[in-house]
Each structure stands twice: as C-alpha cells, then as structure tokens.
Design a protein. Sequence first.
Length: 254
Amino acid sequence: MMSSTQNSAGNVPEQARKRQTRRDEIIRKKAETDLSKKMNQNRQKAADAAPGAGPAGRRRGASVAAGTVAALRPAPALTVRDGITITEAAQLMAAKRADSVLVVDDEERLAGIFTAKDVAFRVVAEGLDARTTHVRDIATRDPLCVTSDTAATDALNTMVGRGFRHLPVCNEEGDVVGLLDIIRCMYEALEKMERAHQSSKALYAAIAGVEKEWSGQSAQMVTFVNTLRERMSFPDMTTVLDGSDPIAVGPRTP
C-alpha cells in the first residue's frame, strides 16, 4: 500500500506538467491562428495605404517613393491585444521567431510595443509572474511611430539617436501597417553597397581597358577617361578618418 501511494504521489508533478504542456500547445496554436488573420489584415492595410493603391495601382504595380520609409520595406508587424498575459505574448513571439510585438487597442490602433528585452528586464529581473502579468502592465505605452511617406533618413536617425531597435509604421488613422527593424535596414543597406561596389569595379576595369587601347591615339580620350575615373572614385573610410585613430566603442559607451 505504501509503495502504491508513493507512486501516485510521485506522478502528480508529472501529470501537472503534461497538463500545462497541453494548455501551452493550445494557446500557441490559437495565437498562430489569430496571428495569421492579423497579418493578412495588416498586409491589406499596407497595400491600401501605399501610393498607387487601388485596382488600377495594383494592376500597374504600386510605385514606392524613393527615400521614404516605404522604400525601406517595413516588415509585417505582429500585433496583440493589451489584455493577454506575458506568457501568451512570449509564446507567440517564440512561435514566429520574433523579438517584439506591437500592442493594439480595441480599435486596432497602436497602443504600445513589447519586446524580448522587456521580458528580461521588466518581468524576469523584477520577479513577476508571467502567467498572471498582462502585457499592458509591461509594454512601452504610446511608442513613437512614423508613416510610410516619412523620410527614410529621418526614421533611421530617430532609431539611432534614441536607441530604438524597432520603429512602428502606421497610417494617418493610427492603424499599424508595418515595423522597421534597424538591424534589417542596415543589413539591406550594406548589401546594396556591396552590389554597387562590385558594379563599380567591373566598370572601372572596363574603363582601364579603354584607356589602354586608346592611350596612344587621342589625348582628349585619355583626359576624358581620367576625368571619368576620378568621378567614379568614391571616398572610403581613410578619407573620413584623416589619419586619426578610430574611436573604440563599447556596449556602455554613451
């Protein structure tokens, strides 16, 4: 009898864990379903807010104004209601491999932003119970946002100057249409610079070949090629540093 009673008592924690796992799985699947619906709605809103939207614009392919936030191609934003718990929000972020969600009110207007950093600094570090604490109690309320036609440089300068990793993109009515991630923006900018560099190298090599071919035949051609080469020579980091030592920047550098 003692052995049977001890076995039953020992199985209680295991059974509780299994029940909790099943509940977590149900919550995760529901969150994914809701997210899928919400992302479809956000894509439609973004398409409607973009220049050239509408049947005619979609047939031609909506043009995006160069130098605007829209040209940075904001990613679809994950949105949640402010009444869900931290656990539910974290499960949603884990399921979608996202490090932030935007918090919306009952009218789908932007109300806050909740990030993985908030989980670490405001929940775990403060010893709060993630299962009972609501997102509205932790999220940053009324975050700064931009519109699709905001200048891209203004948006990026804001993110760098204020230390923002993410910047919500809304339409004029305050509906969420996307999210800028500065890491993604910088990565894409570096890719463009690399492609431009490779194209310039190929063109530079072609000009060198032309110069070699015509060097003995026309002084005007040589002058033209040299002028073109000078205009193609973009400044590099050495011209910016002017011989001074680079500044070492650490994680705590103000």
